[in-house]
Design a protein around this ligand. Structure first.
Ligand code: NDP
Ligand code: MG
Length: 390
């Protein structure tokens, strides 16, 4: 039986790893709909290459360009929010949710509501509205499969085990490009330096989050919701080789770890396989003798305050992670544009968390509420930005 796969964020880093895998297993999969943000040229090319049936862009203004680029292809297309939701509504067995940022909430949630099996890369869905997403996944009988490498490793390590038997779950961090840098050097880091990830090849936003360790903070929140595990049983350890991705510490002292080469096609293949294992062509097998040594060190929250801020947001619960994520998206975009220094990111995020702590105490009940908080905090953050430059 051929499975139909729809890809949200198809032209991005995760999207491309997904289409690479699908092309290697043509007998098993066909592409349903592909969704992108605003790059009509790239989406049209991808839609033609993959034989997609429907292509949609979030940016309405890019619609004419998409229609022109797909003329004569027989591929239906559209642009704007309604078109994205129409793409999600196309028949599919698996939806890969790989839009970056809070923009991924609506289409990902729409897939859940249709009871689809969702391979979830968009961690922001769980960070911004985790309780609502988990509730609705259960309500609409939709499976959520973790694409994020650490969570995928944890899911594999946990297997059929019960979370009540788990003493602790640990996710690893590569430490990013600034792992060994002094505070002074990090303070003066450029966007290009922050984007130079040592082990993974990823989109720009997540690269910056990896440099600040905010990505690990987001992932702790993601793990809390995915595995229904309390914050005090979740942990981060720095592991520069990015070979061990997640560890389950059982209460009897045994530890089960998930290992793989740092290649996102590995966790994506695990999700797409739906219980069966898919071969990855041109994948580099893990060679532990060649790796030589696997090293581990504690994460330094003094040099990487975003991790401390995210832990606090996780402990506080409610809408604190929603607030934190919105401020972080604005701050990271400003850092990429060269408008604020690297530590301007953690400064802005911390200020936003303090500003909104009591106002948004309760967890958003649905995606609309999460997006309303997101919009409010973004507007506040954009206004606060000029003060961060000083
Ligand atoms: P990229 O920036 O590489 O790709 C983002 C994709 O989303 C692009 O196709 C982009 O299209 C599209 N997009 C942007 N805005 C919208 C929108 N409003 N509506 C629909 N589509 C949109 O990101 P990544 O692939 O790196 O990351 C995607 C998600 O996966 C993130 O949540 C990230 O945290 C997560 N993730 C990524 C990992 C990685 O290795 N890259 C690892 C683990 C998780 P366009 O270019 O046209 O704007
Ligand atoms: Mg990850």
């Amino acid at each position: 039986m051929t499975l139909t796969v729809t890809i949200l964020g198809a032209t991005g880093s995760i999207g491309r790893s997904t289409t690479d895998l699908l092309a290697q297993h043509k007998e098993r999969f066909r592409v349903g709909a592909v969704v992108g943000g605003r790059d009509a040229e790239a989406l049209a090319k991808l839609a033609r290459e993959t034989g997609a049936r429907f292509a949609a862009l979030a940016d309405e203004a890019a619609g004419p360009g998409l229609r022109e680029a797909l003329a004569g292809s027989g591929i239906a297309c559209g642009a704007g929010e309604a078109a994205v939701l129409e793409a999600v509504g196309q028949e599919a067995d698996i939806v890969v949710a790989a839009v970056s940022g809070a923009a991924g909430l609506k289409p990902t949630h729409a897939a859940l509501r249709l009871g689809r099996t969702v391979a979830l890369a968009n961690k922001e869905s769980l960070v911004c509205a985790g309780a609502a997403f988990m509730r609705d996944a259960a309500r609409y009988n939709a499976k959520l499969l973790p694409v994020d490498s650490e969570h995928n490793a944890l899911a594999q390590a946990l297997g059929e085990g019960a979370v009540s038997d788990v003493a602790k779950m640990t996710i690893t961090a590569s430490g990013g490009p600034f792992r060994t840098w002094s505070t002074e050097r990090i303070a003066a880091a450029t966007p290009a330096e922050a984007a130079a990830h040592p082990t993974w090849s990823m989109g720009m936003k997540i690269n910056i989050d990896s440099a600040s360790l905010m990505n690990k903070g987001l992932e702790l929140i993601e793990a809390h919701h995915l595995f229904a595990i309390e914050p005090d049983r979740l942990d981060v350890i720095v592991h520069p080789q990015s070979i061990v991705h997640g560890l389950v510490y059982w209460r009897d002292g045994a530890v089960t770890a998930g290992l793989a080469m740092p290649d996102m096609r590995v966790p994506i293949a695990h999700c797409l396989g739906l219980g069966e294992r898919l071969t990855i062509e041109r994948g580099r097998p893990l060679d532990l003798a060649a790796a030589g040594s696997l090293t581990f060190e504690a994460a330094d929250e003094a040099r990487f305050p975003c991790l401390r801020i995210a832990r606090a947001a996780l402990a506080q619960g409610g809408a604190a992670p929603t607030v934190m994520n919105a401020a972080n998206e604005i701050a990271v975009a400003a850092f990429i544009r060269g408008e604020i220094p690297f530590y301007g990111i953690s400064d802005l995020v911390e200020r936003a968390c303090t500003e909104f702590a009591s106002r948004y105490a309760r967890a958003p009940d649905d995606v609309e509420e999460a997006l309303a908080i997101d919009a409010h905090v973004r507007a506040w953050s954009a206004e606060a930005l000029p003060r961060m430059r000083a």
